[in-house]
Design a protein around this ligand. Structure first.
Ligand SMILES: Cc1cc2nc3c(=O)[nH]c(=O)nc-3n(C[C@H](O)[C@H](O)[C@H](O)COP(=O)(O)O)c2cc1C
Ligand code: SF4
Length: 425
């Protein structure tokens, strides 16, 4: 599959090489493409060796926070005193994010293989893939692949004659954004409400059924087989020292060519928008972009020359998040866009923390009032005050998620707010 971008990934495409090829879902075709060779290698290695390769590769978690994957795996107890679990987080519900579903629907065996290798590295006896409830068609594709992998002896007892046993279960999620937060996910998986809990204890200490657990995103785990086959130096040929490898970018909004693109980390955000995605549709100008999914700070047209890395986005005052730029053209009503985002977070708040339950709802209400022409200048101060109340005071970071787009829109587009308020004190 080719890319409308000059950085040619044909040789190195890791995740998306077989996107669009329905036959790649079948095990016999997948094996012709080299599938499960990395698992065969992994069963001949011990947990520490596998973790070492992934650590050296510098792979960082693709679920949003970018935590180093090998390091996370090394937090699991080295001498198991009972069962360990791996949870693959396929709950993908962040507005703007639609990358994990591409892996589920086109290359399910790549994900299964990545899960099994990770399970071996953390000494897990059972893998749970927790799939967003609305992803029903992709769950069916994944289930068919799991059945095939069981029949071929890649999952189950004595995998590939190695004496190692590992089971895998696909679990259909509860249909809430908060079920994607790792502690909420684990609670939902075992039959509880998808309510996050305070950490510590971290999942590596106490997770599924109170046992040591690792939670990893779909895209993170899907990168693992190629890293194991080709080695960490091979993976590091793309990206930067602190952000190695390639990344799936879900580009949406007012673009000529929106879509999911696998790109080496480090390309300027401007090139992703104007080169890969063909620029702003209908020849319009860019007003703002929320670069990493709806929970990241927005950037303006003059701030696009940042590198698309974890560190580059941070230097630009935003974050890579799930690498899901939502692009807005010059005609966009920013207050409306942020109000819509705030409504999402208010709706998805699990309600345990007062600041989040009340604060997100008030942000949405005040933004609605301003949008409808009933706002006051004092509302802007109240919104800034709410940003303070919502930051760093809650069990999970859903509350903080509303602050990043809100505060950056107030800082960078205050004139838009004031124009709608029209001077009312
Ligand atoms: C409100 C909220 C929602 C989240 N939703 C997802 C999600 O849908 N998918 C995901 O992989 N991570 C999600 N995360 C991050 C997970 O808690 C966790 O950090 C991640 O799955 C770890 O995987 P990684 O290390 O491979 O990135 C969410 C976090 C928060 C706070
Ligand atoms: S911050 Fe919000 S979503 Fe997270 S636990 Fe508290 S109330 Fe629930």
């Amino acid at each position: 599959m080719g890319y409308p971008y000059s950085h040619d990934l044909e040789v190195g495409t890791i995740l998306s090489r077989h996107f669009g090829d329905e036959s790649a879902r079948r095990l016999n075709v997948w094996q012709e493409y080299g599938g499960y060779a990395a698992l065969a290698k992994a069963v001949g290695m011990d947990a520490t060796q596998i973790t070492g390769i992934v650590k050296d590769s510098g792979l960082r978690g693709r679920g949003g926070a970018g935590f180093p994957t090998g390091l996370k795996w090394s937090f699991m107890p080295q001498e198991p005193t009972g069962p360990h679990y791996l949870c693959c987080n396929a709950d993908e519900s962040e507005p703007g994010a639609f990358k994990d579903r591409e892996i589920l629907r086109w290359v399910p065996h790549l994900l299964i293989e990545g899960c099994l290798i990770a399970a071996r590295a953390i000494r897990a006896e059972h893998v749970y893939i927790y799939v967003r409830g609305e992803y029903f068609p992709y769950t069916r594709i994944l289930n068919d692949a799991v059945v095939e992998a069981y029949e071929a002896g890649f999952i189950g007892p004595d995998i590939l004659g190695s004496g190692w046993d590992c089971e895998l279960t696909v679990h259909i999620g509860a249909g809430a954004y908060i079920a994607g937060e790792e502690t909420g996910l684990m609670s939902s998986l075992v039959g509880g409400r998808a309510e996050p809990r305070v950490k510590p204890p971290f999942p590596a200490q106490s997770g599924v059924f109170g046992r040591p657990t690792t939670v990893n995103n779909v895209e993170t785990l899907a990168a693992v087989p190629m890293i194991l086959s080709e080695g960490s130096a091979w993976y590091r040929q793309w990206g930067t020292e602190r952000s190695p490898g390639t990344k799936l970018w879900c580009c949406s909004g007012h673009l000529e060519r929106p879509g999911t693109y696998e790109l080496p980390l480090g390309i300027p955000l401007r090139d992703i928008i104007y080169d890969v995605c063909g620029g702003i549709r209908n020849g319009k100008k860019l007003k703002a972009v929320i670069p990493g999914g709806s929970s990241t700070a927005l950037l303006t047209a003059s701030e696009l020359d940042c590198a698309s890395t974890y560190e580059g986005m941070q230097e630009a005052g935003s974050s890579l998040g799930t690498a899901s730029p939502i692009v807005m053209d010059e005609d966009t009503n920013i207050v409306r866009a942020i109000r819509r985002t705030a409504e999402f977070y208010a709706h998805e708040s699990c309600g345990q923390c007062v600041q989040c339950r009340e604060g997100t709802a008030w942000v949405a209400k005040i933004l609605h009032r301003i949008e409808m022409g009933d706002g006051r200048l004092a509302d802007i101060d109240t919104l800034y005050d709410l940003c303070e109340q919502l930051t760093g005071r809650t069990i999970c970071v859903l509350a903080d998620s509303v602050v990043f787009p809100l505060r950056s829109s107030l800082d960078k587009f205050r004139a838009d707010y004031e124009a709608l308020i029209g001077g009312r004190a």
